[in-house]
Design a protein around this ligand. Structure first.
Ligand SMILES: Nc1ncnc2c1ncn2[C@@H]1O[C@H](COP(=O)(O)OP(=O)(O)OP(=O)(O)O)[C@@H](O)[C@H]1O
Length: 290
């Protein structure tokens, strides 16, 4: 039997002299009771890369994002962002170091307009003091104007065409996802984590999100996305990590990873299982059954 082919090199690797990784996840491990949700996961993402985290349901992908953003503390392992270790820091401190995210189940603030939602994201970076805010000083007023103008710019950039003054929760699903991305961008991240950004979108909308990811990457961002849409992954991700049952199955270029036997098996089951199921079906139907 031939040995498996080596994974093709992905651009922007990390030997000496290359830039510090945007995200450096080493040996990350998390158990919930007796269940090892994430087991010894190591992922290194160079700056300005679109990296996908793939795997069947329950593989541990969202748990990895939750640990990178500080929502869940790991049992073991370390996480560094541009060389700065963030393991066990609270979420707001990790956000201040330039990590933002969107959620698998959209989490918009109830009762806020589209514009207010994005303005809320910008508060992480605002410089005004409490006294300035209460007294509505000229500096405060100027900053508020700037923040609102920037929020409008971000909404245009992510392709929200709806009126910015309607309640965000009343928008169609695809636009709600875009508003969430704009809110994350308002925190001025260097690394943006997206949990299933195209869930519930049709092909054309998914393609637009893919193109937006490329624009964001080209403007300097590093993007890490959990995604089930393989077409999007193959077209837009430059590298992927494939997980299954908490463990790492494969890492490298998307097409290469998706062709590996253990990755195909994790998604589609073993060929021998498929043959067994077909036989069982035939047996159940009995002779002459169709
Ligand atoms: N807070 C929690 N408490 C207990 N178990 C959890 C918790 N969060 C996740 N799990 C379990 O950990 C495992 C990994 O879950 P996770 O959500 O990370 O998977 P996933 O790969 O993101 O799946 P999906 O694609 O379905 O979203 C699952 O078995 C899940 O039920």
């Amino acid at each position: 039997m031939n040995p498996p082919a080596a994974p093709p090199a992905v651009a922007g690797g990390t030997p000496s002299g290359v830039p510090v990784p945007a995200a450096d996840i080493v040996g990350l491990t998390k158990a919930f009771g007796g269940l090892k949700a994430v087991s010894d996961i190591t992922i290194q993402v160079p700056p300005q890369r679109i990296h996908g985290i793939l795997g069947p349901n329950g593989a541990g992908k969202t748990t990895v994002l939750n640990m990178v953003t500080g929502f869940i503390g790991p049992d073991d392992g370390t996480i560094s962002v541009f060389g700065d270790e963030v393991t066990h820091l609270p979420p707001y401190q990790i956000a201040r170091r330039g990590v933002a995210r969107t959620y698998q189940n959209i989490r918009l603030f109830a009762g806020m307009t589209v514009l207010e939602t994005v303005v809320a994201g910008a508060y992480l970076r605002r410089s005004s003091t409490l006294a300035g805010a209460i007294l509505l000083s000229p500096g405060e007023r100027r900053e508020r104007r700037e923040v609102r103008a920037r929020a409008r710019e971000l909404l245009d950039r992510v392709g929200v065409r709806a009126d910015h003054d309607v309640l965000a929760e009343t928008l169609p699903y695809g636009d709600q996802r875009r508003v969430e991305i704009a809110r994350a961008l308002a925190t001025e991240p260097r690394v943006l984590l997206l949990d299933e950004p195209t869930a519930g979108m049709n092909d054309a909308e998914s393609q637009e999100i893919g193109e937006l990811l490329v624009q964001l990457r080209d403007s300097g961002l590093t993007l890490i996305l959990v995604e089930h849409n393989m077409r999007l992954v193959e077209e837009f991700c430059e590298s992927v990590s494939v997980m299954n049952s908490g463990a790492m199955l494969s890492q490298g270029a998307p097409r290469w990873c998706l062709e590996q036997d253990d990755v195909r098996e994790a998604y589609f089951g073993k060929r021998s299982d498929a043959a067994r199921i077909a036989t069982l079906r035939r047996v159940r139907r009995g002779p002459g059954g169709s």
